[in-house]
Design a protein around this ligand. Structure first.
Ligand code: SF4
Ligand code: SF4
Length: 182
């Protein structure tokens, strides 16, 4: 069956590294906005944006949490900026088993930037609103996508993440137990 095409709003945040001064307000507000209940706590370890900082060299690079990766990738890159070599995984956006960032610290579940989706919707994501240096700029554009693919991708990501934490057998046992109850 051919998937239906539909128009989707693609939301992006443009990062201007030259304007970032490393205040970390974006990390604070992101973690506070996503705490339960909202604004009940703030902990940058739970933030979906992290700022790679090297104050001595005046280098600050905000990195957003992207998709979850099930295993360590093989194509790691080393970056040298102003003479300082950065860790192979420093600027990667993935939440992956080999690193500490972009993981919920208590559960180990992956954290992904959701553009602060909420009801009612925000005019702009919280990190953009709180970045007084204008290093973060929110942008929207329209793109045609295939409806079927999009929902399959979301479900796969969620299941993959749970399988990595609990294992497939536990998930299947839980589903079997729940369906008996239902
Ligand atoms: S709030 Fe803006 S200036 Fe501050 S660390 Fe985040 S991106 Fe950089
Ligand atoms: S857009 Fe929202 S969820 Fe994404 S990093 Fe910014 S504050 Fe966090």
């Amino acid at each position: 069956m051919k998937a239906e095409k539909k128009t989707k709003i693609i939301k992006t945040i443009k990062v201007n590294v030259d304007k970032c001064h490393g205040c970390r307000a974006c990390e604070v507000i992101c973690s506070a906005f996503h705490s339960v209940p909202k604004y009940s706590s703030n902990n940058p370890a739970r933030s979906r944006i992290r700022v790679i900082r090297d104050p001595l060299r005046d280098i600050y690079i905000p990195v957003y949490a992207g998709e979850y990766t099930a295993a360590e990738c093989t194509g790691r890159d080393k970056y040298t900026i102003d003479g300082k070599e950065y860790d192979e995984c420093a600027f990667c956006r993935a939440s992956c088993s080999s690193r500490d960032i972009f993981k919920e610290p208590d559960s180990g579940l992956p954290l992904k930037c959701d553009m602060c989706e909420s009801d009612p919707p925000l005019s702009e994501p919280m990190c953009v609103q709180w970045c007084l240096a204008d290093a973060l700029t929110y942008e929207e554009r329209e793109e045609e996508v295939e409806e079927e693919e999009e929902s399959r991708e979301d479900m796969e990501i969620g299941l993959e993440s749970m399988a990595n934490k609990y294992g497939w057998q536990t998930i299947m046992d839980t589903v079997a137990r729940m369906s008996k109850k239902g």
